[in-house]
Ligand binder design. Structure first.
Ligand code: AMP
Ligand code: MG
Length: 423
């Protein structure tokens, strides 16, 4: 979406009802407005974790760059395998990092270590365990030994000129190692997204100050700071903003001068108060959704000047759920990541019961655990109120209950989104 374009789809879509928009509908509407922000910079491979590649990385060389031995053993030419019993004379040793310089005559072999370059004219390695050696003579049976075995071939990992890492890839530790194996020092990535965030609410107090009656500490900015940091965006904290139109207008104005994305939590998302609606109409284009999800309604989305805006609910759990379900994906897209797979869901049998009425998609906080029989199951973390943040800290997954599902009984299979995999 470019500046000044409206959000026509939101107002014209037949199936659009702001009071019962499904999670999928909201996602797909948001997705239409996400044009990646493509500012490019060059950084060191060493510092590239979680950054997003701005171009296809073409392999400048093959990996491995030669044929290497995959075993400790003896290298020889496969022609020697014509006899059942092979007898060869050892004419030298070759170690990793020290290539063998001489020619190896017919009827001869060299002792070779894992990672050493295969000498010219040799093509097969026999494991040392299969060989009987007496002084300079080795013997082994050719039975079960195939030509070319125990060799890591030149280019078997990556071929020179191939796309080693496509554009739009989020760099993992494995990518860092791969780039180093190609001899790369630097790479071109997209600049981090600039994300402004703040909390709203007269009842909120920053940590380090005493609490008066009716006040509570602002936790949302801390959860958001953590969420944004783990995505490696450039996050700027705009603090706690009072429930006051002028103060809100001011912070939206300042944030929009800098940010690609603005995220707020609390009252703003409700949009019931006229002052919020008026304010948003003055600043940009924002729609207010009461999503058919739990927790997570309400949610506001739109543009404020050139910045994308997400107005998250105030409840601490709802903030995290809506972040994971809407914002994280949107930030990744805006940051230039090509999302090739959706978040994988896995299924586990439920331990216990969940009460639910059809009509909303629910994201219950759950723990995947191993029961006493050694089987993996999932259970809820107990109190699922959207203000109970400990339900998030105790959880290792969301139990995702589709809109049309009713209550779930003990032993029924449910879909789960794990918070963390191993990569
Ligand atoms: P709101 O959406 O502003 O009506 O807030 C919903 C609930 O979330 C209220 O109980 C708020 O006190 C609480 N809440 C809102 N913002 C925060 C915050 N930043 N930290 C902790 N609780 C909050
Ligand atoms: Mg509030």
């Amino acid at each position: 979406m470019t500046n000044n374009t409206s959000l026509p789809a939101i107002n014209n879509t037949d199936d659009y009802d702001p009071n019962s928009l499904s999670v999928d509908q909201a996602r797909s509407i948001i997705h239409r407005y996400l044009n990646p922000i493509r500012r490019i910079e060059e950084i060191a491979v060493y510092d590239s974790l979680e950054r997003i590649t701005a171009e296809d990385l073409i392999a400048p060389l093959s990996v491995p760059s030669s044929d290497y031995s995959a075993m400790d053993g003896y290298a020889f030419h496969s022609g020697e395998l014509r006899n059942h019993d092979v007898t060869l004379r050892v004419v030298g040793s070759v170690f990793a990092g020290h290539p063998f310089q001489d020619k190896v005559p017919p009827g001869c072999a060299v002792r070779i270590m894992t990672g050493a370059v295969i000498p010219e004219s040799l093509d097969t390695v026999v494991m040392q365990e299969l060989v009987v050696r007496e002084e300079e003579i080795i013997r082994f049976s050719s039975h079960g030994i195939t030509a070319g075995q125990n060799i890591r071939r030149r280019g078997e990992d990556i071929r020179e000129g191939a796309i080693a890492i496509p554009r739009g890839t989020r760099i993992t530790p494995a990518h860092m190692g791969l780039m180093a194996s190609l001899g790369m020092v630097n790479l071109r990535v997209y600049e981090p997204l600039k994300v402004a965030f703040f909390s709203t609410g007269d009842e909120l107090v920053g940590v380090g100050q005493p609490l008066q009656n009716g006040q509570l500490y602002d936790s949302n900015r801390y959860s958001l700071k953590g969420l944004l940091t783990s995505l490696r965006v450039e996050a700027r904290d705009f603090g706690v903003v009072r429930d006051d139109p002028q103060a809100l207008k001011q912070v939206f104005h300042e944030a929009s001068l800098w940010a690609d994305v603005i995220i707020s939590s609390g009252g703003v998302s409700v949009g019931d108060a006229d002052f919020i609606k008026n304010l948003m109409a003055q600043l940009g284009q924002v729609v207010f959704w009461k999503l058919a999800m739990k927790p997570g309604r309400p949610l506001a989305y739109g543009k404020i000047k050139n910045s994308h805006f997400f107005g998250l609910p105030g409840n601490p759990v709802a903030v995290m759920v809506t972040f994971y379900q809407f914002v994280q994906h949107a930030l990744a897209s805006l940051a230039g990541q090509e999302i090739r797979e959706s978040v994988p869901k896995v299924r586990y049998p439920l331990a216990g019961q969940i009460k639910k009425i059809p009509g909303r998609m629910e994201f219950q906080r759950g723990t995947v655990f191993q029961n006493s029989a050694g089987q993996w199951q999932v259970k809820t973390t107990g109190n699922q109120s959207s203000g109970v943040l400990s339900s998030m800290t105790e959880a290792n997954c969301f139990i995702v209950l589709p809109m049309d599902s009713g209550s779930v009984n003990d032993g029924e299979w449910v879909e789960v989104e794990l918070f963390q995999g191993i990569l």
